[in-house]
Design a protein around this ligand. Structure first.
Ligand SMILES: *Cc1c(COP(=O)(O)O)cnc(C)c1O
Length: 235
């Protein structure tokens, strides 16, 4: 099982290169995030040994625990819903928070960034398909939220993130990825102070190939690298 991690990583990297070729994109524009949630530290070490330097986690406690056990040159990505009272535990420790969908959360991040004397890069999470089960701001409200958050001195908006619906055929999400790309271009054109729209975090195991074809710059792949997750083993 674990021996497959290297091969899986190679496979995903190859698929990303192929998708970039089809879309006439430079593969260097796409960062592969190894989503290691629920996985034991040995699995993360295997992925690290195979060259992975960007890891994604969705729970604060698991994230901070793993940060302590892994090499310091890893870029950690907080990709899960973040409660305001937990921001303090990750401020200064993560490379990017992907899941900011409210001004109040950004405000809290700003406070702890100031305390840590740092600037925290964030993405705005967009619920593009309007699914009730998902976090994220509606696409039509995104620009306004970006403008509000851009006033906060110690957070820096780097782009947008979305979690597309779970679908049988990834082609069903192509329009969503295309719409996200357009939204990021439209907001980028506004040239809002303190705002960059260089990062587009979209695509998971099931649909990252289509996401890359449509302009994703960060794909978040868990199952495709580490195998299926076993939640029954979690405490
Ligand atoms: C778990 C998770 C992923 C990875 O999902 P896979 O389908 O296993 O690739 C990506 N993004 C987010 C936000 C996640 O929570």
């Amino acid at each position: 099982m674990a021996a497959e991690i290297e091969a899986n990583l190679d496979h995903v990297r190859e698929e990303i290169r192929e998708a970039c070729k089809r879309a006439r994109r430079d593969p260097k524009e796409v960062t592969l995030i190894a989503v290691s949630k629920t996985k034991p530290i040995e699995d993360l070490r295997r992925a690290y040994a195979a060259g992975a330097r960007d890891f994604g986690e969705n729970k604060v406690q698991e994230l901070t625990g793993k940060i302590e056990q892994m090499p310091t040159d890893i870029r950690w990505h907080m990709i899960g819903h973040l409660q305001r009272n937990k921001v303090k535990y990750i401020a200064g420790k993560v490379a990017l928070i992907h899941s900011v969908d409210s001004y109040r959360l950004a405000e809290e991040i700003n406070i702890h960034a100031k305390k840590n004397n740092c600037i925290i890069p964030i993405l705005i999470e967009v619920n593009y398909a309007g699914e009730n089960s998902k976090f994220g701001i509606a696409p039509e409200e995104t620009e306004e939220l970006v403008r509000e958050i851009s006033e906060l001195e110690n957070v820096r908006i780097k782009g947008l993130m979305t979690i597309a619906p779970f679908v049988e055929n990834p082609e069903e999400n192509r329009e969503i990825f295309r719409g996200m790309k357009q939204l990021s271009v439209d907001i980028g054109r506004e040239n809002i102070d303190n705002v960059e729209m260089d990062v587009l975090s979209m695509g998971m195991t099931n649909d990252y190939i289509v996401a890359v074809e449509e302009g994703s710059t960060m794909v978040r792949v868990g199952t495709g690298i580490f195998g299926a997750r076993d939640y029954s083993r979690m405490k």
